[in-house]
Design a protein around this ligand. Structure first.
Ligand SMILES: Cc1cc2nc3c(=O)[nH]c(=O)nc-3n(C[C@H](O)[C@H](O)[C@H](O)COP(=O)(O)O)c2cc1C
Length: 308
C-alpha cells in the first residue's frame, strides 16, 4: 500500500511517543520507508536508537549537527519525503506549528517544506479542550494540515475523554488516504450509519436500537483502502471512524437530504437503521399525560426508503 513512499515521522514529547515506534513498524510493513525525527522532549520518552533500529535508517534530532547537515541538509530532509507525519503532535508542537516557529529541527522541517503534513494529536483532555489548543487546531486546519484523531478513551493519566492519540493502524490508514495509494483511492463512497430519531414532541422521539457499529466499521475499512468516505450518521452510540467526512443528522428525512447532497458517489453503503415512521406531526409543546389510561396517537406515515 505504501510501496516506494517515504514518510518523515516527527515524534513530539508526549507519553504516546511509545506508539510511534509501532507506527514506524507498521509503515514499513505496508511497504513504506520512514525517516524518524525526534524532538528534545521526545527523547525523554523514547530513544533515537530504538526509532532508528525500527526504521532501518538514521534518526535525526539536532538542527545544529554539522555531521547531519553534511550528510543531508535540513531543507533536503524535509523535501525528500512524500508526507510529513507528526505523531504524537503534542499541544506544544501544534502551537509551534500554528505560530510558524522554527527553533529546533522538528519545527524547522515543518516550516521549510510544502510537502503535505498529517498530525496525530495526543494530549490530556483538558489540554485538548483548552481554547488555545482548539484555536491552534482550527488554524492548522485552515493551513491545510490534515489530522487523524484524537480519539476518546482512557488516558495514561487515568482520566477519560478526548485527547488519546489515534492507534498506529488508524494513522497508517490516514497516511494511505493522504497519499492516495489505496485500492479505492480516487473513489467516493457514501456510508449511512446509526439510528434516526423521529420526534413526537420537543422531548420525545421514536428510534431503534441501532448502535452505529456496523456502519462505523464499514466506513473505517473503506477509508483504510483509500476511499473518500462521506459518513452520514444518526445519533449513534459508537463513535465515528477516523479519516472520514462526518455529516450528523437526526431524522430519516435529514439523512436522505444529506445523502443526496453528498452525491455523486461511486458507491453507497446503507448501514443505518432508520426509524420507519417520520416525525411529521410533531407537537410544538410536550404532550401532557392525561390520566393513567390516556394513550398517545402515534399514527404516522412511512419514512422514505433511502435505497429507492
Ligand atoms: C510524563 C509526561 C507526559 C506528557 N505527555 C504529554 C502529552 O501526552 N501531550 C502533550 O501535549 N504534552 C505532554 N507532556 C508535556 C510535554 O512533554 C511538553 O509540553 C513538551 O515541551 C513538549 O515538547 P515537544 O514540543 O517537543 O513535543 C508530558 C509531560 C510529561 C512530563
Amino acid at each position: 500500500m505504501l510501496d516506494g513512499k517515504r514518510v518523515l515521522l516527527i515524534v513530539g514529547g508526549g507519553i504516546a511517543a511509545y506508539k510511534s515506534l509501532d507506527l514506524i513498524r507498521q509503515v514499513r510493513k505496508a511497504g513504506g520507508a520512514v525517516t524518524p525525527v525526534l524532538t528534545r522532549a521526545a527523547m525523554e520518552f523514547i530513544t533515537p536508537l530504538s526509532a532508528s533500529a525500527l526504521a532501518g535508517e538514521k534518526a535525526y534530532a539536532d538542527l545544529f549537527d554539522l555531521t547531519d547537515e553534511a550528510e543531508m541538509g535540513h531543507i533536503e530532509l524535509s523535501r525528500s519525503a512524500d508526507l510529513l507525519v507528526v505523531a504524537p503532535a503534542t499541544a506544544d508542537l501544534a502551537a509551534k506549528m500554528a505560530g510558524g516557529h522554527a527553533d529546533d529541527l522538528a519545527s524547522t522541517l515543518l516550516m521549510a517544506t510544502d510537502t503535505p503534513v498529517l498530525i496525530a494529536p495526543a494530549m490530556n483532555m483538558r489540554m485538548w479542550l483548552h481554547p488555545a489548543n482548539q484555536r491552534n487546531m482550527a488554524s492548522l486546519e485552515r493551513d491545510g494540515i490534515a489530522r487523524v484523531g484524537p480519539s476518546e478513551g482512557e488516558m495514561a493519566c487515568g482520566e477519560y475523554g478526548p485527547g488519546r492519540m489515534a492507534e498506529p493502524d488508524e494513522i497508517v490508514d490516514a497516511i494511505v488516504a493522504q497519499l492516495g495509494t489505496g485500492a479505492l483511492s480516487g473513489r467516493h463512497v457514501v456510508v449511512t450509519s446509526g439510528p434516526t430519531h423521529e420526534p413526537i414532541d420537543p422531548v420525545r422521539y421514536i428510534a431503534n436500537r441501532s448502535s452505529g457499529a456496523q456502519g462505523s466499521a464499514i466506513a473505517a475499512a473503506l477509508a483504510g483502502l483509500g476511499a473518500k468516505v462521506t459518513f452520514v450518521t444518526g445519533p449513534a452510540v459508537v463513535p465515528p471512524p477516523q479519516g472520514v467526512a462526518i455529516v450528523r443528522v437526526e431524522t430519516a428525512r435529514q439523512m436522505l437530504a444529506a445523502v443526496r447532497a453528498a452525491l455523486p458517489a461511486d458507491a453507497a453503503v446503507f448501514a443505518a437503521g432508520g426509524a420507519g415512521w417520520p416525525g411529521e406531526a410533531v407537537s410544538g409543546s410536550k404532550s401532557k399525560k392525561r390520566g393513567c389510561n390516556a394513550g398517545m396517537n402515534l399514527r404516522r406515515g412511512v419514512n422514505p426508503d433511502l435505497l429507492a
